[in-house]
Design a protein around this ligand. Structure first.
Ligand SMILES: *[C@@H]1O[C@H](CO)[C@@H](O)[C@H](O)[C@H]1NC(C)=O
Ligand SMILES: *[C@@H]1O[C@H](CO)[C@@H](O)[C@H](O)[C@H]1NC(C)=O
Ligand SMILES: *[C@@H]1O[C@H](CO)[C@@H](O)[C@H](O)[C@H]1NC(C)=O
Length: 362
């Protein structure tokens, strides 16, 4: 009897200690996040509690406020990014008041877990804008090149943004050399964009490397206005062509069948002006898929371009699945593009395409 009591009280003690430890860990996580690195992006990361905004010294704030008219921690977006500690280990939200922010912004690779959250008022949300084009001279006197034209360039992991316009305001005629101007460049391993607007002319969005999720975004441009080597899911986005004559929506770069990359557009609407290709083959194995998209009558009937490299017809993966609208008529499509079956398209339809189960909790 004594023995039993002793054992059970020990067991009870063990349970209580484990419980106390569990509570401590959870409180630490919940209160200040030092409890562990959160290697995922959730809805919470895209929200700022306006009632709890504090303008403390910037070295211990989790929300950095940007207001170009003053009263925040910084008047510029880059100023706020500079306040994020290097090798940052917990989420820092940069909350941006409405206004036009004329600046180039870089989020370096050693500043992970950064959110850009745009505050809206009745009439406006923040716009980050600049106007570099690829033929501009850089500090070394050489042409800048497309990569460095980006108004906003993100190199860090677990970046997310909402409620913001990223713009490159260069006015380019489609296809003219030296006029490429990137509004947003993404090199993050993992990043999410929710309800943002990306606006340029030639080469608006350089979706360069990594796995990315674009949800309900509005992307505007003239030629190759979504381009790069990333693996990205574009869900319920608005793709707006603003070309006067000729253009192309996407140019995905992929050089071999083993590269695990591609652009998958699901449930998007294609609107605007001009005659545009759905995609152009940049590299022999370019991979672009449109599923359940609604296409206005602005798509070049052939639909897809091999970029004048006939061999790419054999290896490019260009396909459509259950699209509708006048532009979706496949009767004059390039015969080497595909009308996918459900089984063929299934791997591209969901967040699992971008390994979302590992890093998105939405
Ligand atoms: C909203 O922000 C814009 C841009 O800063 C400003 O011009 C406008 O006055 C603001 N409107 C209201 C209602 O605060
Ligand atoms: C693309 O394919 C062509 C023709 O087969 C070949 O000559 C070229 O080397 C390939 N390019 C790359 C980058 O593999
Ligand atoms: C492809 O070739 C045609 C005819 O030579 C030319 O007009 C067009 O500009 C070329 N397109 C590209 C993307 O190089």
């Amino acid at each position: 009897m004594m023995m039993m009591k002793l054992v059970s009280s020990r067991v009870l003690f063990l349970f209580v200690s484990v419980f106390v430890m569990w509570v401590r860990v959870n409180l630490a996580e919940g209160e200040n996040g030092h409890g562990g690195i959160r290697n995922y992006i959730s809805w919470e990361d895209l929200q700022v509690d306006e009632q709890r905004l504090t303008l403390k010294r910037h070295d211990d704030v989790r929300v950095i406020v940007v207001n170009k008219y003053g009263g925040g921690h910084s008047k510029t977006v880059q100023g706020a990014v500079d306040m994020v500690p290097e090798n940052n280990k917990h989420r820092v939200k940069i909350y941006i008041y409405p206004g036009i922010y004329r600046e180039k912004v870089r989020v370096a690779v050693n500043k992970p877990y950064v959110s850009f959250v745009g505050k809206r008022n009745q009439t406006a949300s923040p716009v980050i804008t600049w106007n570099s084009k690829s033929s501009d001279r850089g500090t070394n006197g050489q042409a800048l090149g497309t990569f460095d034209t980006a108004t906003v360039g993100v190199d860090s992991d677990y970046f997310c943004a909402t409620g913001i316009t990223f713009e490159n305001s260069v006015i380019a005629t489609a296809g003219v050399k030296g006029m490429q101007g990137v509004a947003l460049r993404v090199n993050s391993e993992r990043a999410m964009f929710y309800q943002v607007r990306i606006k340029g002319a030639q080469d608006s969005l350089l979706d360069n490397t990594g796995n990315h999720y674009f949800l309900e975004c509005d992307i505007l441009g003239k030629v190759d206005f979504i381009f790069g080597s990333a693996k990205s899911l574009y869900k319920n986005c608005l793709l707006q062509s603003i070309t006067d004559d000729f253009g192309a929506i996407a140019a995905h770069h992929r050089n071999s069948a083993t590269e695990d990359t591609g652009f998958s557009f699901v449930g998007c609407n294609i609107r605007g002006s001009g005659r545009v290709y759905l995609g152009r083959a940049w590299g022999n194995y370019s991979r672009i898929i449109y599923s359940k998209c609604n296409m206005d009558d602005i798509i070049i009937p052939e639909g897809w371009s091999d970029w004048n490299q006939s061999d790419r017809k054999k290896t490019a993966v260009f396909g459509e699945y259950l699209c509708d609208g006048k532009g979706a008529d496949r009767s004059n499509r390039a015969p080497w593009s595909k009308s996918f079956s459900y089984d063929e398209v299934a791997p591209f339809l969901h967040k699992s395409f971008i390994d979302g189960d590992e890093w998105l909790r939405l």
